[in-house]
Design a protein around this ligand. Structure first.
Ligand SMILES: [Zn+2]
Length: 328
């Protein structure tokens, strides 16, 4: 009897995990894998993906290779399909395998953008198939995915405005680290908001056509070279211009959200105003120092420079080629 009782939890566990059988729905290059009973969600997902693929095709053709889309019905299933990943994300793309894994709508909070997640992960797969993925900076990969998925665009501006006022802007050289080893949930969401804001800034600055020429040119050249060739600026120039634009973004964000008159914002404005001169002198000093270092570097043997890091957030790792995974 005792041994039977011991078996009981095992049997219950087996019953609980014996979920409804898996089913598959095919359409074009897409193969949607779902639990029986989720037919409506599977059909909706396929419609969203096919429509998105047609919309993105002029710049990012999907090609013939299949894309396997897994809709997790339970959190256990999601964990099983995305081992070792952050369970708080809504979707994961294994671009090199043509695989997308999303939490089913029933696993999300009301109002969460399920279709947006599908579009976002599809963009990662398309970028993998059309751009030089090892050379495309992660901020641009994520920024494009969010921009094309029409996700959180307005909120991102407000978030970045607030980040600027509270001095949380992530330096260009630290973006890769913030994605892969964020200091906490706040930095994890900050780095996505900032990536979207940087991508939109780049698009507004150089225009839609040049943006795509840069993205697609990473098949043949580094991101820095693509930026120099099609936009006439280096990653450092881009970062300087973006950093300077944040002031306006913070101001607009503050006006819109009504937070301009919060004590922190007012204090920041006063300090900034008072230290403008000091700030400019500091920048001039830094620029002079940088020019000196560049002159020295030109004579010294090749070492890892700031510019190298700026072009490739993973350059500090020294080794390329590790399988990457995108998520949000
Ligand atoms: Zn992503």
């Amino acid at each position: 009897m005792a041994s039977m009782l011991k078996l009981l939890p095992v049997c219950l566990l087996l019953m609980a995990t014996a979920a409804a059988p898996a089913a598959e729905l095919e359409g074009g290059a897409f193969r949607v894998h779902y639990r029986e009973g989720d037919e409506d969600v599977a059909q909706w997902s396929l419609d969203v993906l096919q429509e998105a693929a047609a919309e993105f095709a002029p710049r990012l053709p999907l090609g013939d290779a299949p894309v396997d889309v897994h809709i997790a019905h339970t959190m256990d299933e999601f964990r099983e399909l995305t081992p070792g990943r952050n369970v708080y994300v809504s979707g994961v793309a294994r671009s090199w395998r043509g695989m997308i894994i999303v939490k089913g709508p029933q696993l999300r909070l009301p109002g969460e953008d399920y279709a947006g997640t599908l579009r976002h992960e599809l963009v990662h797969v398309l970028l993998y198939r059309n751009a030089g993925i090892g050379r495309l900076p992660q901020w641009l990969n994520e920024g494009l995915a969010m921009m094309l998925a029409n996700e959180l665009r307005w909120q991102a501006s407000l978030t970045v405005g607030r980040m600027f006022l509270t001095r949380r802007i992530i330096e260009y050289k630290d973006l890769g680290r913030a994605f892969n080893a964020p200091s906490g949930p706040e930095e994890f969401s900050d780095v996505y908001a900032q990536s979207l804001s940087m991508t939109e800034f780049l698009r507004d600055r150089v225009g839609e056509d040049a943006l795509w020429r840069i993205v697609l040119a990473t098949r043949e050249m580094s991101f820095g070279d693509a930026l120099r060739t099609y936009a006439g600026m280096s990653p450092l120039d881009f970062w300087d211009a973006y950093s300077r634009s944040l002031w306006g973004l913070a101001l607009i964000g503050s006006l819109v959200s009504g937070s301009l008159f919060t004590p922190a914002a007012v204090l920041f404005l006063i300090v900034y105003w008072k230290r403008r001169g000091q700030f400019k002198r500091g920048m001039a000093r830094l620029e002079a120092q940088e020019a000196r270092e560049r002159a020295e570097a030109a004579e010294a043997p090749a070492v890892l420079s700031w510019d190298d890091v700026a072009e490739d957030p993973d350059a500090w790792k020294g080794e390329e080629g590790e399988e990457e995974e995108e998520e949000r």
